[in-house]
Write a protein that binds this ligand. Sequence first.
Ligand code: SAM
Length: 261
Amino acid sequence: MPQKYGQNFLIDKNIANNIVKAANLTKQDEVLEIGPGRGILTKIIQPQVKYLTAVEIDNNLFHKLSNYIALNNIKNTKIINGDFIGYNIPTTKFKIISNLPYNIGTAIIQKILPLKNWTCAILMLQKDVSRRLIAHFKTKKYGYISIFTSYYAESKILFDVSPKCFSPQPKVVSSVIKLINKNQKQPEPLFFEFVKHFFSMRRKTILNCLASSKYLESEKKRALQIINACNLDPFLRPENLSIADFFYLTNEVKKSTICRL
Ligand code: SAM
């Protein structure tokens, strides 16, 4: 049976210390932890920072950790009971540390990355997902989430973590990654819409992907003109397009749509 809320608790203290160490914490830092669970990371982070906010969905775990905070008279930590997906993130600058609940890892990443006020994030997720996040174009793992991540952040894999370091043990190897905010402005909404559309048909040629988008309404001739204007081969697959190519395409589609109005 799958674990409720992706609850695979880290039990290896060395790994926990290495995750926290990667955030280079100082007494000036505010930290957001997603899914503190039994608090293995929380208890290491708390003494090193100015303020820690941790958001935990599970009532039981929330109460246990809140009791620990109260009993130990800890003043710089707040545990919030709720779903991080609906959580209103504060506007002050903060670092993020999380052993992510795997079932909603990419949804959480998509919520945080576009924000301006996080500076660095140390995240543990499934190894395969981590490789997709950092994948470069012309590779099999390259897709929407790779472009989304590289648009908003510098990213690198720090280390892999064996299933033996958790209880219960997950079926797959995990990885810890570090993201640094590039502080990008929001792109034209069409950009990510296009990237998503193209990768939803990743085995098709970019000509077919473009022609089938709602902006082209099956007009293959116009799709070809747009692709030629971008100096791209219409028979390439989406995985061969760099982030810059997707920007050229978006701009050309916009230009061609405006010309027709
Ligand atoms: N940080 C702990 C550790 O390292 O052992 C727990 C990590 S466990 C992989 C994920 C945690 O996220 C669990 O405590 C789970 O209850 C919590 N969680 C799952 N979905 C959540 C959500 N939507 N919002 C907040 N917490 C969530």
